[in-house]
Design a protein around this ligand. Sequence first.
Ligand code: GCU
Length: 696
Amino acid sequence: NAGRTKVHRHTAHLAMAPGSSEHLVETTLQAARDELVRGLGGLLGRPVPVRDAPGGRIPAGAVVAGTPASSPVIRRSVPAQDLAPLGDDGYLLRSVRGATVIAGNTDLAVLYGTFAFLRRLQTRQAITPLDVSSAPRIRRRYLNYWETERLYAGNNATGTGGLNGENGAIFDFTATGASAALNLPVILDRYLVAARAMASVGINGITINNVNANSFYLTAAAIKQEAALADALRPYGIRLAVSVNYAAPTDARFAPDTLTREQLDPYSAQFRDWWARRARQLQAAIPDFIGFTVKANSEGQPGPQDLGYDHRDGANALAAAVAPLGMRIFWRTFVYNAEVDRDRLKRPYLEFGPLDGKFAENVFIQTKNGPLDYQAREPVHPLFARMEHTDQAIELQITQEYTGQNTMLCYLGPLWEEVLKADTYATDEHGRLLPRRRVGDIVEGTTRDRPDSAIIGVANLGNATNLTGHHFAQANFFAFGRLAWDWTAESGRIAEDWVRMTWGHHPDVVRTIVAMMAGSREAVVNYQTPLGVAHQFRSSDHYGPAPGERLSRDDWSPVYYNQADTAGLGYDRSPTGSGFTAQYFPVLAARYGDIDRVPEELLMWFHHVPWDRRLRSGRIFWDELVSRYDLGVGYVTWMRHAWDSLATRLDARRFAEVKAKLAAHETDAAGWRDTCVGYWKQFSGREVPADGPLSV
Ligand code: GCU
């Protein structure tokens, strides 16, 4: 029934990027039109006729896309009151007299609706009769792209090797130290492929550089090139931001417009004016520029504390500088100054908690899902419930820094679903439970009637053909976008959509791959950090295990997190330990603080557990611990066999690529188990139980 396609467009002008075969589109409706033509043609296996600006009778089976402003057909066939609740980004798909309309209030909503319609076709959902509408729960659905030192999805940014070879940085620019270069304005095909991938799941902004920010991105030369990127991404509804260094004004690259260290005082006019000048330059080149992401006084980055001020002073200074331009500041809470408390987990709240409600209107504080650093499982960050008078963006990591990088198959949907649906049990001043205090409720801002809201994914885009390296890393990109749009969605359903769109519809394929994905994250938890023992990673690459590693900083050392001794294992954060549990509201504080009540999967986040303590399985802690490692490795072995069973149902190249990854995955999972169990054994003084094998 989707045999004919009609969409409106404002312009017929197509430009080719130098050295590029992808079309640069100029308008969002043109992008929607291209997607329909390409998507329907591909799905139906034949070209679809296109009519621009159709008038008169619409033939049955046609697809009409547009806004009431751009299309008389939409104006006639979709009552205004049906579009009103959809806001700027929401779309409506509806069967109207034998045709299908894709409508929204804005061109971007039409593009989102187009992708949603194609997804329905591709996942084989009914398209007649159709009457669905969908609007995002969170307004800003951004990526933070880190062209980092380790580029966790694969290669490192300079392309000089790294862990897994094939996936270097997506943007062809490097900014290391003072030497920095952008190869823009050449728009490579893959930027547009990425833009389409982002738009297809509703991502509408991207911070293009590492949080450990190089000030190059603020120079006039860089801004010119960033503007070219912004122009290319704009039709897809993707706006740009950059990460900045608080001390950028002292950087010699801005000479003669530089400040002294003393002038970094957040209340000085020079400091604010300097940032206002940069912001004006950016806005002149990129009219819809979002603003700045800031990592300050964190891991050696400069910040307002260097001059005796706090995070609010710093954030509000930058916010004041950019507010007249309508820009935002995303100020990260990933701080762990060792002078604040011995327990690293307590530090962000101790620094930020007292500042709740004191941030400027155009500031988001940006907080990772958990209080440590993207482990495969963490308790929720206590800040979400405690900073309710502040706009809070949640920062999730799509790229798999601690969850197997580009080697391990780890579907992160269940992790994010767990976090977003986690109840904080926040109470009012009388101790009464407040309604709707799941993390997702707080982030979407409805609990306090805030129109603005943000969710951030640290991106895994690379230069591989599939943008992510490991084929299954794409599922994480996809799931992030879908949950950013609607955090109440089920990660299992999202996985099924992805499998159908990526691997096919044969029942064996769908059932097997969805099942593999469903347990893959729990498997990583089990063979890396079971029962809540955190951060046992080798410091060099954050990939393999190093439970005995002792580094220059306590809080970078696996031994600090595991606290292994002959009595037991785990970090005591209960009221008799570090007292971290008190940062949660009473229900969670009581639950986590009591070794008899804490969920076993979080056990060692909160308690130093005696080796012979009896757990719910009936086994003593030591035996249970070892069995969890085995369980995790066993799951990977099962995934390898399950994948093999699909050999005849999948295309040979991708089948072989994933097969090779699974083999490496299994070896490395077993390595985690053997290294960790071997190390713990020295403290427990116990034997490995006879009922579990200890190597693959
Ligand atoms: C992790 C990561 C760093 C990153 C930091 C952050 O620690 O290893 O590369 O800079 O997170 O979130 O700021």
